[in-house]
Design a protein around this ligand. Structure first.
Ligand code: GLY
Length: 569
């Protein structure tokens, strides 16, 4: 089957030779196919998590059961971003075509206030919103998984979490990438916690890390349910630890936390229907804006990562991120004109001043006018089950290991999501993103996100589940992955591996993954007035996705940039 698909793909590509296409078919590498399975697929940042998710499906559980287990398995084996102390978003599409989304984003504590990260001169203190107890938002992940389980789960929480407890007890083997990351953050862990912690020990690749404290926490959650985290012993330990380090989160904050079901953003792009996350994530709105702005251009003729394609995508990104910074925030606090922002009428006007001869300067561009009115250290997983249900989930602590604050007695890190608020309108956050009043801090408000868990239908049928970590680069990485398959006819695996670039309005620079782009293209961009940078980042995004192949089987694409793994059956 795999071979057949590969042959079919090669023949499609060979037949479609287009003289205008600046791609030399002779030298184009053969397509690489990811893992292909007939029934179900889980793709996540860790083999252990993908395997636990797959086992739940094999046992007869559905995609939502697998979500609960995979999310917690990532918290054990990928503490860099997998979490109990953070939050996330999930978009789903059931086999019957019904769609929806859940928001388990963190919230500002009741004691939060607008200028809480400003010094006496009114300047932001970045460490305060990024490191330690004051950076922590009220966590949403446990509320999220219990809400999903209550609505759609079929197996018991005990059945779902027991393999995760075993993983924490028996340990997981660390990879070379993990060894490097832990080494890199070791001093910061000790400094932030004023003590050593499990993850501040020196580890080498192939060592096993066991986390009995996290196993005990999970066992209490199995026994006492969601309330263990928000009202019980675990919650009290979180609050005591945060307050002992000078933080302001209280039991009342935990008691009041609720995950929220939201309507996803939906829009069409040619024969695709894209279903993505709505505010408080900016992901779906920005993705819709960019895709609708580039839809009139024939990217497949221009070719992948060619001058014209990069210009068109960059200019659409510039305009979408300018709008993001002004209009988007928590929809429970600010009125967002979503319908207008993603309408053809508004978006065609936004591209009016675009011209292929010369870059638009970000300083000449602001948010669009609407009458009456503004880490890369996250993780993503995609799952499609044997019943045809699909989910796309992105979850985060924000920065690497979040605030670096680790509750030793509970075995997990706490987020630093408060940095995703706009601490001072007009001043960039850790991703260089600017925000305005719409994303100002207020008690109980959710901070704006870029997470873009996305499902795509083609001709009315489920076609793709996709998402990525990457802070502000999440949206543009998801965009390029969808385009890679739709416009440039790549396999899922090639689409997630392909080199990426990113632009976000301000700073006015286009970043490229190093040594991956044609030097002539980069030189031509500079001549047209684009500021380019290949040093800014080693990788842009770490995309995981699943593609439904023409015969109904599933291709998992696990990004080569990480330890990501696709496992199915
Ligand atoms: N913390 C990254 C994001 O939510 O966009």
């Amino acid at each position: 089957m795999r071979l057949l698909y590969l042959l079919l793909l090669i023949s499609i590509i060979s037949c479609k030779t287009n003289p205008e296409k600046p791609i030399d078919i002779e030298t184009k590498p053969e397509p690489v196919l990811g893992v292909v399975e007939k029934n179900a697929m889980v793709v996540s940042a860790r083999e252990e998590a993908s395997k636990i998710g797959r086992d739940i499906l094999k046992k007869g559980g559905n995609v939502f059961d697998a979500m609960v287990a995979t999310e917690m398995a990532l918290a054990v084996s990928y503490p860099y971003a997998g979490n109990l102390g953070g939050g996330g978003f999930m978009v789903y599409r059931k086999a019957n075509g019904e769609t929806g989304a859940i928001d388990y984003r963190e919230k500002a504590p009741l004691a939060a206030f607008k200028d809480m990260y400003l010094d006496k001169n009114g300047d932001p203190i970045p460490e305060k919103s990024q490191l330690g107890s004051m950076a922590v938002g009220v966590p949403g992940t446990i509320a999220g998984i219990f809400e999903v389980h209550q609505k759609f789960g079929t197996l018991s929480i005990k059945e779902l979490l027991t393999p995760v407890v075993q993983l924490a007890e028996n340990g997981y083997v660390i990879t070379e990438k993990q060894e490097k990351r832990l080494q890199h953050f070791k001093e910061l862990f000790i400094e932030t916690n004023n003590d050593t912690i499990l993850y501040a020990k020196t580890y080498k690749a192939l060592d096993t890390i066991k986390n009995p404290m996290l196993a005990a926490t999970l066992n209490r959650i199995i026994k006492n349910g969601r309330d263990e985290f928000y009202k019980g012993e675990t919650g009290q330990k979180i609050v005591d630890y945060i307050q002992s380090k000078g933080g302001v989160i209280t039991m009342e904050d935990l008691n009041k936390y609720e995950a929220k079901w939201r309507d996803p953003v939906q829009f069409t792009y040619k024969n695709l229907n894209v279903i993505s996350m709505s505010p408080p994530s900016s992901g779906g709105v920005c993705l819709a804006q960019i895709m609708k702005m580039i839809e009139p251009y024939d990217l497949s003729t221009y070719g992948h990562n060619t001058l014209k394609s990069i210009q068109i995508i960059t200019e659409a990104e510039r305009r979408a991120y300018a709008d993001r910074s002004f209009y988007l925030g928590d929809p429970d606090f600010v009125k967002i004109p979503i319908d207008t922002l993603i309408s053809d009428a508004y978006l065609s006007g936004r591209m009016n001043d675009f011209n292929l001869e010369k870059a638009t300067l970000s300083s000449d561009l602001s948010y669009g006018s609407i009458p009456g009115y503004e880490s890369s250290e996250t993780t993503h997983y995609s799952i499609i089950d044997q019943f045809g249900n699909a989910i796309s989930v992105t979850t985060t602590l924000n920065g690497a290991y979040g605030s670096k604050l680790y509750v030793p007695e509970l075995g997990f890190f706490l987020n630093n999501e408060m940095d995703d608020f706009s601490a001072k309108p007009g001043t960039p956050n850790m991703f260089g993103l600017l925000g305005a009043e719409a994303n100002a801090i207020a008690p109980e408000k959710r901070m704006l996100s870029s997470m873009t868990p996305t499902l795509v239908e083609k001709d009315g049928e489920l076609w793709m589940s996709v998402g990525t970590p990457g802070g502000s680069t999440i949206i543009t990485s998801v965009l390029q992955t969808i385009l890679n398959v739709k416009e440039y006819e790549m396999t899922m695996q090639d689409a997630v591996n392909a080199p990426r670039f990113h632009h976000q309005w301000l700073p006015d620079v286009v970043i490229f993954e190093p040594d991956s782009f044609d030097k002539n293209v980069l030189d031509s961009l500079k001549l047209k007035g684009y500021k380019t940078n290949e040093e800014e980042t080693r990788v842009i995004g770490k995309v995981d996705g699943i593609l439904v192949l023409p015969d109904g089987s599933l291709e998992g694409g696990a990004d080569k940039r990480g330890d990501d793994t696709a496992i199915g059956f």
